[in-house]
Design a protein around this ligand. Structure first.
Ligand SMILES: [Fe+2]
Ligand SMILES: [Fe+2]
Length: 163
């Protein structure tokens, strides 16, 4: 991966124009919002890290189950918009984006991330239906944080280093 990142960065340095301060700000603000969503999700459950069965009453459990479901749609929507924005910014900075290895790879990684978020959500919803809402929230938070963290290091860091 390191070698690949090096190759991508070299290609970007050779072929790209700098992204604007406004575009950089947009990407950074969206990253912040995605992180804030994850932080809020984690804050939904005060029993994370405890036993898988949180022991909350039915009312609280229903509230957390609703939160898991709404997180999914809100987060997926925000992530899809963010990926579109990054791809548009890359298209504008690369003269032949569709032939660019970094762009293609970054675009494919976005599509893969959306599929992986959906897969995590299916697992989380299954846990939530079994009453294991704390485990569902923990799974979503850990898996999605790890996926987006890895993506940020492998791809977005290269994009933001263009300037
Ligand atoms: Fe990003
Ligand atoms: Fe990205």
């Amino acid at each position: 991966m390191l070698l690949q990142s090096g190759v991508y960065m070299l290609q970007l340095d050779q072929n790209s124009s700098a992204i604007s301060a406004a575009d950089r700000l947009l990407v950074e603000q969206e990253h912040f919002r995605l992180e804030a969503f994850l932080h809020d999700l984690r804050g939904t459950c005060s029993k994370l890290g405890a036993a898988l069965d949180c022991g909350c009453d039915k009312e609280q459990m229903a509230c957390c189950q609703g939160r898991v479901a709404s997180f999914y749609y809100d987060f997926l929507d925000l992530a899809a918009t963010h990926f579109d924005n990054e791809e548009n910014i890359m298209r504008a900075s690369l003269p032949a984006a569709d032939d660019d290895v970094y762009f293609q790879s970054h675009q494919q990684a976005h599509a893969r991330l959306l599929r992986e978020v959906q897969a995590s959500m299916r697992q989380a919803l299954a846990l939530s239906k079994q009453g294991k809402t704390a485990a569902a929230i923990q799974l979503l938070y850990r898996q999605i944080s790890a996926m987006f963290g890895e993506h940020g290091h492998a791809y977005d860091a290269v994009l933001l280093r263009i300037t």
